[in-house]
Design a protein around this ligand. Structure first.
Ligand code: AHR
Length: 519
């Protein structure tokens, strides 16, 4: 009996200590100090770029339906998709690949569509590519979107002459064989394409080259990709995969700032080296592991940037993260070569974290491209026949568009951990900028799937008078927008904040992305 009563008391005492400890944990102050008067670096809007490859239903069915389709279109391009991408303020679009780019022969995609040769899309499902979407259709898409084209030339299976002629076809206004051919195909004026990638993943699907061999190839290809008129090409060298630091080292050494505007890097969340897992059927472990992998990517990027700093301390060469995003198993019953996956609030957080981390490195990262725009990997849009839905990732891009071309504000965050079992990661991720009109925007991700987190923000050198916000969250960690419930996850007004004595306190809901506008 006595022992029993003693153990009851002990249990009570332990519970009390745990409760107090727990209370102090939840009361842990999360703070963000933003130096509003110290911004120096501009966040290049091209960090918010996208990528559309001839892969699965990205181009065909996703962006392009053809002029005769019953789906409302303008010159073959889906009106609903174009409208949504414009609202998201898409700054650039990378095309035609990816791995497809190094097998693509651009001349197959010009002239009357019925006469264009067909090819096998060997990388992506072995399907027939009829080339009905080619250079003119892509440039028409860019014009409708009001976005910059970012074209990737073929180094792996192409020739220097082929790439050089493509540039002439796109960019030369005088009399020349390629400019005349363009005119014969119905386009008088050149398009003036600026952003140009010299091959893709040349360590793998783009030719399986060594970095030394590729660097020499780059120099040959790049020199014949000429500038015409006032247009200055911004050439991007095909960069490393993930943590292949040697690739970056060799290219920086052999090409350097004189020879390239940018150096690319590809890094997906969910490594190819491990199981990819389902995009929607996951538990808290799958949620935690994905966010943990995502948060490790900035460290990899930093190591590449340190190598770049060694050869280019003035940061003249841009780091171009032109493929990033989640890569999960395809949706059951779909073609494995089409990379069609759904998109949950977990993807939204991955997007929010990436964009915050890119913003914070805006002195070196001047362009990035999510893989991919429609129906492929971490898509911002999914389509099913005439139906279209916006994914949670779309909403993040739309909420974060306020950072495009704004001034990055130095900020310091101190926050609690989100723990899962023995492991933990910082529960909040943030970045801030000031736009041309003087408004401050803060984007915040609360990774904790269960707890609302209080965040106190101090805006140094700024007198805040008015705040408004929007929040994106979801009923469950694996909720997604389906064609039956396309608006389950969408941003709504955020009101859970208080501005007093110059301090801004906000309560961030679990698993959410929040944008605050401070005037
Ligand atoms: O985005 C899908 C593929 O991933 C791209 O074609 C390739 O560049 C990368 O391996």
């Amino acid at each position: 009996m006595t022992t029993g009563r003693f153990s009851d008391k002990l249990t009570m005492a332990i519970l009390l200590v745990l409760m107090l400890f727990g209370a102090s944990l939840s009361a842990q102050q999360n703070t963000l100090v933003i130096n509003v008067d110290q911004g120096k670096v501009q966040i290049n809007k091209h960090i918010y770029g996208h990528f559309s490859e001839h892969l699965g239903r990205c181009i065909y069915g996703g962006l392009w339906v053809g002029e005769d389709s019953s789906i409302p279109n303008t010159r073959g391009l889906r009106n609903d998709v174009v409208g949504a991408l414009k609202k998201m303020q898409i700054p650039n679009l990378r095309w035609p690949g990816g791995c497809f780019a190094d097998e693509y022969h651009w001349m197959d995609g010009i002239g009357p569509r019925s006469e264009r040769p067909k090819m096998i899309n060997t990388h992506w499902g072995g399907v027939t590519e009829d080339n009905s979407f080619g250079t003119h259709e892509f440039m028409e898409l860019c014009e409708q979107l009001g976005t910059e084209a970012y074209i990737c030339g073929n180094v792996g299976s192409g020739t220097v002459e082929e790439m050089s002629k493509w540039v002439e076809y796109l960019n030369f206004d005088g009399v020349s064989p390629m400019a005349d051919l363009r005119r014969a195909n119905g386009r008088e004026k050149s398009w003036g394409v600026k952003y140009w990638a010299v091959g893709n993943e040349n360590w793998g699907c783009g030719g399986w080259m060594t970095p030394e061999f590729y660097a020499d190839q780059y120099r040959r290809y790049a020199i014949y990709a000429r500038n015409y008129g006032d247009n200055r090409m911004l050439k991007v060298a095909g960069g490393a995969s993930e943590d292949d630091y040697n690739w970056t080292e060799v290219l920086m050494q052999k090409i350097g700032p004189q020879g390239m505007w940018g150096l690319s890097l590809h890094h997906y969340t969910t490594t190819w080296r491990g199981p990819k897992g389902s995009a929607t059927q996951f538990d808290e472990e799958g949620y935690f592991v994905t966010l943990d992998r995502c948060l490790k990517i900035p460290g990899v990027i930093d190591k590449h940037m340190t190598i770049m700093d060694k050869y280019d301390p003035e940061k003249r060469v841009a780091l171009v993260v032109d493929e990033w995003g989640t890569w999960f198993e395809v949706e059951p019953g779909t073609n494995p070569g089409f990379l069609y996956q759904q998109n949950t609030i977990r993807d939204a957080l991955v997007a929010g974290i990436h964009l915050n981390e890119f913003n914070k490195r805006a002195d070196r990262i001047r362009m990035a491209n999510l893989a991919q725009t429609v129906n492929v990997l971490q898509a911002v849009i999914l389509t099913d026949g005439e139906k279209m839905l916006l994914t949670p990732t779309y909403h993040v891009f739309e909420m974060y568009k306020v950072h495009q071309d704004a001034t990055l504000l130095p900020a310091e965050l101190s926050c609690a951990d989100y723990s899962f079992g023995e492991d933990k990661l910082p529960a909040i991720n943030a970045s801030a900028s000031r736009d041309a009109s003087g408004k401050v925007h803060i984007t915040l991700c609360n990774l904790d799937p269960k707890n609302t987190l209080n965040l106190d923000t101090e805006l140094r050198g700024f007198s805040a008078k008015k705040v408004s916000g929007r929040v994106l969250t979801a009923p469950k960690i694996n909720s997604f927008n389906s064609f039956d419930k396309p608006d389950l996850i969408q941003p709504v007004a955020f009101k859970d904040f208080r501005l007093s004595g110059g301090k801004l306190s906000a309560k961030l809901p679990p698993k959410s992305v929040v944008v605050l506008e401070v005037e």
